[in-house]
Design a protein around this ligand. Structure first.
Ligand SMILES: C[S@@+](CC[C@H](N)C(=O)[O-])C[C@H]1O[C@@H](n2cnc3c(N)ncnc32)[C@H](O)[C@@H]1O
Length: 337
């Protein structure tokens, strides 16, 4: 059973218990999400779901590895895919999660972090303990994400970096303009997700006393809402095709480099998400930066069928929303000469 089906089944259970459709409030969202993640099948399903590494996932990992340093806390660590990469890089990591099953999988890794079962809303640590605090794919599940961010900042040392990602509201808004309706993301408990404009995150961050020291829009292919809106019923087949092209490692590296190089100069609505690195008190830019796939040998563009196929698929989904992509496509192909 896929994560979506699992969510739906649990939603039915919630629905029966409440006797009526539960209202979408910060409390009901939190109760529902926390129940779903602690259900018996969630950990193994999730582990399976993240086994296929997309360019977006690789970018997140590169950013965590590029910016995290010293003693690290991973909040909502899940199966520990970020924690274990950081441990493998020689860094001491503490992973917290609400789900004991998730933590069991995280502990079983060859590069296991120290694990503790805890809520992100009440971290069981004194103030200013960690040099870096990371959290991926957690904040977007909650209305009350600023409460989690506030906890992450509380346990971070003054010099610390706090790293997370958020879903891009511009991606959703533009997609809704294409389809003419706003039903791309279900407005019920099981479909609830937070989408925010970058400025909204910036203003919450400032209110919490921190500053953004680095950010990047990214992620063209993980259920990108522009692609979904443009392609309509063809979207599912398109997604299968693009995912199979992205199983090719050179193709994945090509798109990591493409996103890092081109997305900053393209309309921000194209990106599904953005990454944010906060400085608590230290707002100096870091010298260490995430890998950009710079070393990608350009001749592979021509000789890798998966890349050529993925570029055609990319244009099919995105060029109607952003005509300048066709020129970019020609530019990328010219590099292959
Ligand atoms: C989408 S997974 C992300 C896991 C991991 N960060 C990753 O990117 O693979 C969300 C995780 O948050 C955990 N979680 C949900 N609510 C939580 C809460 N209130 N406190 C701590 N962890 C929570 C879930 O158990 C789950 O492991």
């Amino acid at each position: 059973m896929k994560i979506g089906k699992l969510k739906h089944r649990l939603y039915q259970k919630f629905f029966r218990r409440a006797g009526t459709q539960p209202a979408l409030t910060p409390q009901s969202v939190r109760e529902f999400k926390e129940t779903v993640w602690q259900s018996p099948e969630a950990a193994s399903r999730y582990s399976e779901a993240v086994s296929r590494i997309s360019p977006g996932m690789q970018t997140e990992l590169d950013v965590a590895l590029g910016f995290a340093r010293g003693r690290i806390l991973d909040v909502g660590a899940g199966t520990g895919r970020f924690s274990s990469s950081l441990v493998r890089a020689g860094l001491p990591v503490t992973a917290i999660d609400l789900s004991a099953d998730m933590l069991r999988l995280a502990s079983a890794s060859d590069h296991a972090p120290d694990c503790a079962r805890a809520s992100a809303f009440a971290l069981p640590f004194a103030d200013e303990q960690f040099d870096s605090v990371i959290s991926f794919w957690l904040l977007l599940h909650f209305h009350e994400w600023p409460r989690i961010l506030s906890e992450m900042l509380r346990v971070a040392k003054p010099e610390a970096r706090v790293i997370f990602e958020m879903q891009n509201a511009s991606n959703l808004e533009h997609a809704c303009r294409i389809t003419g309706d706003d039903r791309l993301v279900p407005k019920n408990l099981s479909g609830f997700q937070t989408f925010l404009k970058f400025e909204e995150v910036e203003s919450v961050t400032t209110r919490l006393g921190a500053g953004i020291v680095w950010s990047r829009h990214y992620d063209l292919f993980s259920d990108n809402l522009i692609a979904r809106a443009t392609l309509g019923e063809r979207y599912t087949g398109w997604l299968d095709e693009i995912q199979s092209a992205l199983d090719d490692e050179d193709c994945r590296r090509f798109w990591i480099r493409f996103e890092a190089e081109h997305l900053p100069h393209l309309p921000e609505y194209l990106a599904r998400k953005y990454l944010v690195v906060l400085g608590k008190e230290n707002r100096e830019p870091d010298h260490k930066q995430p890998a950009k796939g710079d070393e990608f040998p350009t001749h592979l563009v021509a000789s890798t069928p998966a890349i050529a196929r993925s570029m055609r698929l990319f244009l099919e989904a995105f060029a109607p929303a952003c005509p300048q992509l066709s020129d970019l496509f020609k530019l990328e192909c010219a590099k292959t000469l």
